[in-house]
Design a protein around this ligand. Sequence first.
Ligand code: L3W
Ligand code: SF4
Length: 442
Amino acid sequence: MGRKILLEKINVPGIKTYEVYRREGGYASVEKALKKMTPDEVVEEVKTSGLRGRGGAGFPAGMKWSFIDKKSGNPRHLVCNADESEPGTFKDRYLMEYIPHLLIEGMITSSYALGANLSYIYIRGEYMWVYKILERAIAEAKAAGWLGKNILGSGYDLELFVQIGGGAYICGEETALIESLEGNRGNPRLKPPFPAVKGLWQNPTVVNNVETISAVPWIINNSGADYAGIGIGRSTGTKLISASGNIKNQGVFEIELGVSVYEFMNSDEYCGGMQTDRPLKALVPGGSSVPILPANLIYKTAAGEDRLMTYESLSDGGFATGSMLGSGGFIVYDDRACIVRNTWNFSRFYHHESCGQCTPCREGTGWLEKVLWRIENGQGREEDIELLWSIQSKIEGNTICPLGDAASWPVAAAIRHFRDEFEYHIRFPEKIKNRDHFVAEP
Ligand code: L3W
Ligand code: SF4
């Protein structure tokens, strides 16, 4: 059994409640930090842990925290990004729904480290029932003295609020989230300045994902070095994976970073292998934004090494031959899946969710969707594959926020690895018309 940090207590009956969470040792990291550690010591511990942002980018959390300007005297904020909207990703919901006090404990300990007295959890509007769970948990924590003025007599004050999003994927981008939190339309800002310098109301702000913040209590209770001892290389600790698609066991799993993709896919502890005896065709390992991998590159990298569930191993060769761990949205496809249809579906999503600020993204995502739709619907033209390639290459790297890249990579990878499927759609439109998309072509 792999080591569990975040989900260790998830099956304890009643762990959702303050009473049980506390009885199981909850809030110990707040006690330890506030009574025995300076804020900078907490930051150092997180730095030592090597914990990387679990929202998708994998940026070192401790380094981000250390960019916060503590000398200027401006208020500082911690904002938790709970706007989980990446297709294929549902692990933050799982944590917040089943063990909400872990996030609240992490928010308090992390806010203390940053010297933040006003912190927020920004949750997607579609998670309304989870919002209610969080609100209840915050009220319990406040009643027990973990929030408010002079927490544990330490002189440290913290107010924590939950803000509900309005249903836009783009508000999961940290600067769009900040705009939305300020009451504006959720348009991403140009970076730099990064939020750590000018964030919420132009104050130094750290935006971290739910899972990242939820790992902090363990790191403080044990040590950064203990956390760094789990995993491989720069991929330290554990990671939640949302597994879906044609596997036996769909759900949220906690893995030690460094487990092989083969083991994750096939062991009974995790995905349990393919759902039926149909062969594995493709894998999206990190949510819809990351490149899709064809069967021959799932268990082995292009260099022939075992592919591991790490930030590094999954991104060997960039999108040419690798992918990304991303947010850990692990989507498995068997041979019934139509890659053209899947790519069109993702493109439709990005077109719908583009905020429209940058021309390459606003127009390009629309073109990707349109061209993919006509290929998928038997109206493709010979030149369409080159057209798709050209459109995606003009979006990538030319936009304000990563949504542009996220719209491009899946198209580029699908063409690179499954070109024959696009050609088949274009050359034999009569064969793809009126078919059941989830039946393999003869
Ligand atoms: C201060 C510097 N701070 C970087 C900070 C920056 C941010 C973090 C990472 O996109 C990705 C995207 C999606 N001084 C800094 C600095 N920072 N340099 O570090 O920044 P960045 O720009 O690399 O990434 P990002 O904007 O956070 C996130 C991919 O994740 N993704 C998305 C998943 C979406 C969800 C969801 O819906 N919740 O998980 C999945 O793969 O494509 O590439 O904090 O400020 N010099
Ligand atoms: Fe908006 Fe797309 Fe530009 Fe991001 S890349 S700012 S979503 S138009």
